[in-house]
Design a protein around this ligand. Structure first.
Ligand code: ADP
Ligand code: MG
Length: 213
């Protein structure tokens, strides 16, 4: 299923990239090929976001996860893919932030939120990622000092294809909302225009020690 959607796109893109290097085409035509490749890349992004969401055949198993480890591996991953635009990510995570969830889904959730924070920020600005235990909850906050949103914009978050980015898919937050809902968590946004945004996610705390009692 996955391949049957991706292969045709790859083939068409491959030919366009060949034509771009072929001097029998005019530079005007090559400009069109370039645009077509851009559009295909966009289609690929939308499809892969849908595919990661739609896994009807496998119920994602929940496990006991330490949010600290997940956040650390997510920030490492963003570093190694060069997605940080020189932004510094400050991780402030206390011990004992355990929850019950599927690691892959948690990673997807945090990557989407942190990517949005970076994309809203000016080059080089700080993004703070915090997690701490508050009573029976683990509370995760992603704080940026970027472009922020109006109340009207915040109200539209999570709607499919809502994006103010020229190359956005507008699917990231829809997926995040689904994942948070699946684990009966909560997600909220505090934002003000040109000041920045704080995204807060809250999950039930999982008390490991009760396993051994
Ligand atoms: P995408 O990132 O592909 O645009 P998302 O669903 O991840 O799609 O986000 C939807 C929109 O929400 C973004 O285009 C942006 O306008 C807004 N948004 C999300 N997070 C932030 C943030 N931290 N600061 C400002 N705007 C944000
Ligand atoms: Mg996004």
């Amino acid at each position: 299923m996955t391949q049957s959607i991706r292969n045709p796109l790859t083939v068409v893109k491959g030919f366009l990239q060949l034509y771009e290097k072929d001097n029998s085409f005019s530079s005007n035509q090559k400009c069109h090929f370039n645009l077509m490749v851009d559009e295909l890349n966009m289609a690929e992004q939308v499809i892969s976001q849908f595919l990661t969401m739609a896994k009807p055949d496998q119920e994602q198993a929940a496990e006991i996860v330490d949010v600290k480890d997940v956040l650390r591996s997510v920030t490492d991953l963003l570093h190694s893919y060069g997605l940080l635009h020189d932004n510094r990510i400050e991780l402030k995570v206390t011990d004992d932030c355990t929850i019950s969830a599927n690691i892959m889904e948690l990673k997807q959730l945090f990557i989407n939120i942190i990517k949005n924070a970076i994309e809203a920020s000016n080059y080089g600005d700080l993004v703070i990622v915090k997690a701490e235990k508050e009573k029976d909850f683990v509370v995760i906050k992603v704080i940026d000092y970027g472009k922020g949103m109006s109340e009207e914009e915040v109200a539209l978050l999570g709607a499919p294809f809502y994006s103010l980015k020229s190359k956005g898919t507008g699917l990231g937050l829809m997926i995040c909302f689904n994942i948070v809902e699946k684990y009966n968590g909560k997600i909220g946004f505090a934002s003000s225009k040109n000041q920045g945004t704080t995204t807060t996610i809250r999950f039930s705390y999982y008390d490991k020690t009760k396993l051994f009692r």
